[in-house]
Design a protein around this ligand. Structure first.
Ligand SMILES: O=P(O)(O)OC[C@H]1O[C@H](OP(=O)(O)OP(=O)(O)O)[C@H](O)[C@@H]1O
Ligand SMILES: O=c1cc[nH]c(=O)[nH]1
Ligand SMILES: [Mg+2]
Length: 211
């Protein structure tokens, strides 16, 4: 597993406002969108491209275009949905799949309740979106899901990660496949309820308000 922590003053500034418990839902949504666009720039560094010849008004030249098939972006419902627009702003031709996973707040195990994905993800570049990597259970379940469908190139874009969760993902993925995790911050730890500290609380509730 490769870990990339975005190191940028704008990311740090926006994240601080996001963490503030007094930040209202509308501002929270806007900030998630802005942060994802900044993270997407880092997360797409290895997006597959191929040579592409064009004519400028002056001459012909060889540039690049995204290779076919285009990447697939998969927000993990609910909270990951808040990251979708920020990601597809940079990758407008990406396909979008959906995965619904909810963490059981007693056992902390991820339960799958929805999926709408292509059956075959062989040779597809996959971007998984979820703002919170806490125990890592949800992300490991999502990674397993796409690996079972043949994906071998997976980038996870998260806002916050706990060191404990990163370790779980690292152990689960090992050297099996090329999994990259891009985050805005690796926080201190998990608390007794497995919430990220200092964190930002429940991302889904702060985005959408309904528990
Ligand atoms: O790393 P984990 O310990 O598995 O926890 C992280 C998961 O918890 C949150 O989702 P939640 O289950 O609250 O669902 P929601 O997005 O519908 O609120 C978050 O968006 C992650 O998906
Ligand atoms: O801190 C946390 C942990 C899990 N899910 C969240 O939304 N926040
Ligand atoms: Mg939630």
């Amino acid at each position: 597993m490769r870990l990339h922590v975005a190191d940028h003053p704008l990311v740090a500034h926006k994240l601080t406002v996001l963490r503030d418990k007094n930040t209202p839902s509308a501002t929270f949504r806007q900030l998630v969108d802005e942060l994802v666009t900044l993270l997407a720039y880092e997360a797409t560094r290895d997006v597959r491209i191929e040579p592409h010849e064009i004519e400028t008004p002056v001459t012909t030249t060889t540039g690049v275009k995204l290779s076919d098939p285009n990447p697939i972006v998969i927000p993990i419902l609910r909270a990951g949905l808040g990251m979708l627009d920020g990601m597809t702003r940079l990758l407008p031709t990406a396909e979008v799949g959906f995965l619904g996973l909810q963490r059981d707040e007693t056992t902390y195990e991820a339960v799958t309740y929805a999926n709408r994905l292509p059956d075959d993800l062989t040779d597809r570049q996959v971007f998984l979106l979820d703002p919170m990597l806490a125990t890592g259970g949800t992300l490991v379940a999502a990674i397993d899901y796409v690996l079972q469908r043949g994906a071998r190139d997976v980038t996870c874009v998260c806002l916050l990660a706990a060191p404990e969760g990163l370790e779980v993902v690292e152990q689960a993925v090992g050297e099996r496949v090329d999994v990259q995790v891009v985050v805005a911050s690796v926080d201190e730890r998990l608390n007794e309820k497995k919430y990220i500290v200092p964190g930002l609380g429940d991302a889904g509730d702060r985005l959408y308000g309904i528990v």
